[in-house]
Write a protein that binds this ligand. Sequence first.
Ligand code: ADP
Ligand code: MG
Length: 605
Amino acid sequence: MIQLLPDHIANQIAAGEVVQRPASALKELLENAVDAGATAIAIVLADAGRTLLQVVDNGCGMNGADARMAFERHATSKIRRLDDLNAITTFGFRGEALASIAAVADVTVKTRRREDELGVQLIISASEVTAQEPAACSAGTSIAVRNLFFNVPARRKFLKSDSVELKNLVTEMQRVALCHPEVSFTMQHNGANLYSLPAANLRQRIVALMGKDINQRLITVQVDTSVVRIKGFIGKPEGAKRTASEQFFFVNNRFFKSAYFQKAIFNAYQQLLPEKAFPAFFIYFELPPDRIDVNIHPAKIEVKFAEEQIIFQMLHAAVREALGKFAIAPSIDFDTEGAPAIPAVSKNTPATLPFTRLDPSFNPFDEETVPGRTPGRSPSTPLKGWEKLYAGLSHSKQFDALPEEKIPEQLSAGNFAAGRSICLLKGKYILTPVKSGCLIIDCRRAQQRILYERFLQNLTHPLQETQQEIFPQTVTLSPVDYALLESVLDDLTQTGYDIRPFGNNTVVVNGQPASFPAMDAPQLLEELLHTLHENAADLKTQRREKLALSLAKAAAGTSGEPPNMLEAQALVDNLFACKEPALSPEGKPTLQIIAMEEIDKRFLK
Ligand code: ADP
Ligand code: MG
């Protein structure tokens, strides 16, 4: 028996494709507002969009009949014939977004066309229109989505922590806001103002979204050919982040993802970037709509280009040229209207020494990566040495005095009879003979384990001495990062950090724990927040563990130079003084043993 699915079920199924999380609903609502010609858009959120997700625009509005139609599946004002599909310039065109959202939430729409005196209010719940009445409202449209996924428990459970979902919401907003600097945006969450972006030019918009610091890091990219026009900005190599949070591609003012084009940019930077660094880019392609296909992905996030390879080459060349120009003549930028690049500092704040993240030891002609070079190391941060890292730890437990229960199965104290001759491999691994073969320790992971146990200790038994900075650094964060950091500030103080809110999403790093090597403040916070975000879901239940993990990863990630022999020795000693020497705080092995038999086997031939 074949039956047609009732509409509300079909809508719910479609919703699964279009609306995966609050952020995808926000994307659709924002795109509709932009399509409606809005010049001002307000976003109001509660509980990361779970309880409320509202978009208010001052666009063209709808009459009562259209407002009702808009929630039918395949209802769109943007496409009439198949031919239209090839000439799409608006964001939406499938006509399924509103129907999908209304299938899985309680939706209230208020809308009025400028030419009408009275607007209309519609209430829809799980695809069912429950009320429609005239309403006095301002010109434009307001769509409030409440209790998203109230009737799809599986989807609701699938949602991440508020902090992750909020981050996704911010990302969606950024993608739209970066296409429309001429439109003003505001974003509120649980009553707090997260963003308020006035109408601006593109550069000002990028700065308003990403923070003032980015202004000096932007290099203009521009190329005009018969195939494509490419414009936008790339970031200077030394400002590269450790996540892709500042990487954006747009085509005809639509955000898209492309690992392929990303590669074109990476290749252009070639050796200019440290390992695992992500340069910023805001790249806008413009080309005739019939040369791309945006219809291949349900969320319209992938785009197919007819001249993909040619555009790859052009992008690559454009980025290289821009980098080259910058290298010869660092641009002086006067386009800072309304967005001072220098953070406003009060009179009593001590001056901060200017610092640069260029690495003078870096030789671009050196084919091999410099041994042990850690990403983004700033040589201007005084290296206080690995010794300091381990100074506080007990040195009494030597190899030959290892307590049995702390040693992984394959190892036993007796194994170390061969003595303590150790060998450093490329600053990354420590090799030492053991009875059963060769023991290899991963320096970075070992370091994380040691730091993790120490931070954890500090969180449980506070009283850490703080080393005050001579030149405190201010760091401006995104509102989301700022909120997350604020929630752990007290704990950080316990571990010896002196970090204080400075207003306007800015913090001052006044001091760091005396017993650890001091880190470059912006980098410390970036690494710390990165791991905190990844672990935000567990922050409530395993607060100390997750914070210690984040700190350990941040500290291990920035401690610069590879160890020398003495430090390597201390590292090994301290690793085996840990409670769990064999595992990194994330549960990855810190050490491996290559068995004698395995080595013997290699010499059989
Ligand atoms: P699509 O955007 O693909 O057409 P949607 O389901 O997102 O499909 O929207 C359906 C229709 O509702 C749109 O084509 C548009 O005519 C109307 N609409 C939606 N949002 C707005 C808005 N904010 N202002 C004016 N009209 C809107
Ligand atoms: Mg739409």
